[in-house]
Design a protein around this ligand. Structure first.
Ligand SMILES: NC(=O)c1ccc[n+]([C@@H]2O[C@H](COP(=O)([O-])OP(=O)(O)OC[C@H]3O[C@@H](n4cnc5c(N)ncnc54)[C@H](OP(=O)(O)O)[C@@H]3O)[C@@H](O)[C@H]2O)c1
Length: 294
């Protein structure tokens, strides 16, 4: 299997890159702005860079784990979000058709409105922010233009970007970093999700690719919980002072972009097809601790 991973400098992409290299797959990974050893430059807005990578590697399958993933940034810079997440997908889809590769696109629970989560694969999308809208539009382009595609939606990723570690790169790392430095953290008890360890999602993707799965799957952690409970679990696993955790409501956080309140993903399809045994936050966070501390 010749697998191209776009966004291999990110949290999910770097994990999948390392895991597939360990499995001795033939893998090429790309970065966009954070140059990393062993990775190739590819910006989905730049057709030449896509062309170069495809010409060099001729991938059989492409995992699209790249893009603008910061929900507030998407709201503040909607043109950037559209250029990368939508136009970039159009550029990529064209090249994929030309090379006859399979596309594995990573999407999000933020395509839903968060009124009745967690959601299953065929629930009706209704995004409430720019990030969700651009991801849904990318999904729709892929479904309209390609026959051989796999869309895997995930939720609230936690993990370490193994090639470019930054303590702020996801919610869990931010919480750990702030609490370790004695800072108070605010956790909304009305914001629900199914947090997903990057290693779990990487394992799900590997299994789905191995069985040549098609269509839409939800790949997420086994636990549906609110941010306040999630932060308490982070504190348990990392031995942090729970007095620093302040229980608030989503509206008190005054976030720039709207968040779907009761979101998260149902994973019955993965369970029914026995793709992989899913696990909860305690197990995922313990694995994260090992990733960080060794
Ligand atoms: N994070 C979450 O909680 C979450 C939840 C649901 C779904 N997802 C989806 O899961 C996927 C992976 O998320 P993640 O958290 O691992 O992402 P991440 O850590 O933010 O990494 C994003 C990756 O995209 C690359 N990238 C940015 N702009 C690009 C461009 N113009 N062209 C090509 N690559 C570009 C980045 O490269 P550089 O850093 O080198 O610029 C980086 O490798 C994304 O599709 C995201 O929408 C994430």
């Amino acid at each position: 299997m010749k697998l191209l991973i776009i966004g291999a400098s990110g949290v999910l992409g770097s994990r999948l890159y390392n895991d597939t290299i360990k499995k001795k797959w033939s893998v090429m990974g790309t970065y966009c702005s954070r140059e990393c050893d062993g990775l190739f430059y590819l910006d989905v807005r730049d057709k030449n860079s896509i062309e170069k990578v495809f010409d060099l590697f001729k991938p059989e399958a492409v995992v699209m784990a790249g893009g603008i993933t910061d929900v507030d940034l998407c709201m503040l810079k909607p043109k950037l979000a559209q250029d990368v997440n939508i136009k970039g997908t159009i550029n990529l889809v064209k090249k994929i058709k030309e090379y006859g590769s399979k596309l594995i696109y990573i999407s999000t629970d933020y395509i839903f409105d968060g009124k009745t989560g967690p959601y299953k694969e065929d629930d009706k999308p209704n995004p409430i922010n720019t990030y969700g809208r651009t991801k849904l539009e990318a999904e729709n382009i892929i479904r309209a233009k390609l026959k051989d595609y796999l869309i895997v939606r995930t939720c609230q990723l936690y993990g370490v970007a193994e090639r470019s570690f930054a303590p702020n790169s996801n919610f869990a790392l931010k919480i750990i970093h702030n609490m370790q430095n004695g800072k108070k953290v605010y956790a909304a008890n009305d914001l629900y999700s199914t947090p997903t360890y990057s290693g779990l999602l990487s394992d799900i993707l590997i299994k789905l690719i191995e069985k040549n799965a098609e269509g839409i799957y939800h790949g997420a952690g086994a636990e549906f919980l609110n941010r306040y409970d999630y932060v308490n679990k982070i504190a348990d696993i990392f031995g942090l002072d729970k007095a620093l955790i302040l229980r608030v409501k989503l509206k008190d956080l005054k976030l720039k972009a709207k968040r779907p309140k009761k979101c998260g993903l149902k994973t019955d399809k993965i369970k029914k097809e026995k793709i992989i045994e899913l696990y909860d936050c305690y197990i995922g966070l313990a694995l994260l601790k090992t990733d960080i501390l060794g």
